[in-house]
Design a protein around this ligand. Structure first.
Ligand code: PGA
Ligand code: ZN
Length: 404
C-alpha cells in the first residue's frame, strides 16, 4: 500500500466568493485525490470551527508548520489513519488549531487518493455494511431561499422539494421541475417584481412564509400530476437563526416553544410536508421530541444545528427521541471517520440520514458518493447553480453505472 508522497493545501473560492481551501494528496504510486471544503452561513453553535482565528491565511500557516510534516510519508491503507493524524496534530475537540475545513479537505482527498489507488469509486471506499451502490438517495432540493441565504425573502431559510424515487434521474427531474414551476408562478403573481436567486440557487422573492409554502406545495402538486413522480414540500426552518430570548420571532408573528410546536405541526398536515429540518432552536431537544411524537409518522423530522454531525449530541437526541432523521455534513465535524461514526450511530438507532451540502459550496461532486456509500435517505444539495448541479450530475452518473 502506498504512502503519501506530497500533500498540499491551497486557497480556492466557494460559491459565495469567499475563500476556502482544497487539499491535494499524491501517493508514491502516483494515485492522487483532490477535494475542496464548503462553508456554511447558518452554522450550528456546536460545529467544529471552519478555520483558525486568523482565517484561511492562519490555516495555511498551521498546515505548513504542523500538518504537512506529520502527513508526509504516512501509509494510506485506510483514510482513518489520516483522520487520526488530523486529530493528533490539532489536539483540540473542535479543530481550533488546524481548522475543520482544512481537515475536511485532507480527509476527503485522502479517501479519493485511496480510491484511485485501489480502483474504487469514493462511495465504495466509504461503503457501510450491506451497501452495494444499487440504492440511491432522494433529492432534497431547495427551491426558494430565505433567512440568511437571501436578502429580502421569508424568515424560513429553505422551501424544499423532496423527491423520493428509486432512480436518481427521476428524483432530480421532479425537484428541478418544482423549481421551474415555482419560478413561473412567482412571475405570474408578481409580474413587475424582480426575482432573485439565493445562496443555494433557490428563488428569492419578497413574500411571507405562508405564501411561500402555499406556492411551493402547489408547484409540488402540479409536478406530481404532470410527471407522476413522488415529490412533496419540505422546509428547513433553521429556527436557531430567529430564536431570541426564548421566542421564535417571525416577521408576521412571535411564538413561544409550545406555539412553535403547534404551528409547525399544523403546517405538516395542512401542506403535506414530508421533510422538516431544524424547526426549533439548536438546544430544544424536548420541543423536537414533542413534534416527532405528534407528526413523525408522516414526515421526516431532521436535526441539523441540533446535532452538528456530532455523536455526543446525536446520542442526546436518541435518548430524548428528538427526531427520526439526522442531517450529515462532513465539515460540521471535520473528518470522514467522524462522519461515518454519526452515520453508524444513526443507523443503529433506526434514524434516517440526509447527506448535505453547505450554503457556500465548491463545484465538486464527492458529496454524492458520501450519500450513496452511507445509504442516505436523501441528498440535500440544492437544485440550481453549478456547485449544486455538480452533485446532482455525479449522482446521475452513479445511477447510470448500476441502473439501466
Ligand atoms: P448552512 O445552511 O450551510 O449555511 O449552514 C445549510 C443548512 O442549514 O442546512
Ligand atoms: Zn439546516
Amino acid at each position: 500500500m502506498s504512502r503519501i508522497a506530497s500533500v498540499d493545501l491551497d486557497p480556492i473560492y466557494d460559491s459565495r466568493g469567499r475563500l476556502t481551501v482544497e487539499a491535494t494528496i499524491v501517493l508514491d504510486s502516483g494515485a492522487r485525490g483532490r477535494a475542496g471544503a464548503p462553508s456554511g452561513a447558518s452554522t450550528g453553535a456546536h460545529e467544529v470551527v471552519a478555520f483558525p482565528a486568523g482565517g484561511v491565511p492562519d490555516a495555511l500557516v498551521a498546515f505548513r508548520g504542523r500538518l504537512a510534516p506529520a502527513l508526509n510519508g504516512v501509509e494510506v491503507s485506510d483514510f482513518m489513519a489520516v483522520d487520526r493524524i488530523l486529530h493528533e496534530v490539532d489536539g483540540t475537540p473542535n479543530f481550533a488549531r488546524i481548522g475543520g475545513n482544512p481537515a475536511t479537505a485532507v480527509s476527503v482527498a485522502s479517501a479519493l487518493a485511496l480510491g484511485e489507488e485501489t480502483h474504487r469509486p469514493l462511495w465504495k471506499v466509504l461503503a457501510r455494511p450491506g451497501i452495494d451502490g444499487s440504492r440511491f438517495p432522494g433529492i432534497v432540493g431547495n427551491c426558494l431561499n430565505g433567512g440568511r441565504h437571501a436578502i429580502g425573502g421569508p424568515d424560513i431559510q429553505e422551501f424544499i422539494a423532496y423527491a423520493e424515487e428509486p432512480r436518481p434521474a427521476d428524483s432530480i427531474r421532479a425537484a428541478v421541475r418544482v423549481h421551474e414551476l415555482l419560478g413561473a408562478e412567482l412571475h405570474r403573481r408578481y409580474p413587475k417584481a424582480a426575482l432573485g436567486r439565493g445562496d443555494e440557487g433557490g428563488w428569492v422573492a419578497a413574500i411571507g412564509n405562508v405564501e411561500a409554502l402555499e406556492l411551493l406545495s402547489e408547484a409540488c402538486a402540479k409536478a406530481r400530476d404532470e410527471l407522476h413522480l413522488s415529490v412533496h414540500p419540505g422546509l428547513d426552518l433553521a429556527a436557531s437563526e430567529f430564536f431570541t430570548d426564548g421566542r421564535y420571532r417571525y416577521k408576521e408573528q412571535t411564538l413561544d416553544a409550545e406555539g412553535q410546536e403547534t404551528f409547525v405541526a399544523r403546517l405538516v398536515d395542512r401542506y403535506g410536508l414530508k421533510y422538516v429540518e431544524d424547526p426549533f432552536d439548536q438546544e430544544a431537544f424536548e420541543s423536537f421530541a414533542h413534534l416527532t411524537r405528534a407528526v413523525g409518522d408522516r414526515t421526516l423530522i431532521v436535526g441539523d444545528d441540533l446535532y452538528c454531525t456530532n455523536v455526543d449530541r446525536l446520542r442526546r437526541g436518541i435518548d430524548h427521541r428528538s427526531t427520526n432523521a439526522v442531517l450529515i455534513k462532513v465539515n460540521q465535524i471535520g473528518t470522514l471517520t467522524d462522519t461515518l461514526a454519526a452515520v453508524d450511530l444513526a443507523g443503529a438507532n433506526a434514524l434516517a440520514t440526509v447527506t448535505s451540502h453547505r450554503s457556500g459550496e465548491v463545484p465538486e461532486g464527492w458529496l454524492a458518493h458520501v450519500a450513496v456509500g452511507t445509504g442516505a435517505r436523501g441528498l440535500k444539495c440544492g437544485v440550481l447553480g453549478g456547485e449544486r448541479v455538480a452533485k446532482l450530475n455525479e449522482l446521475l452518473r452513479l445511477g447510470r453505472a448500476t441502473q439501466p
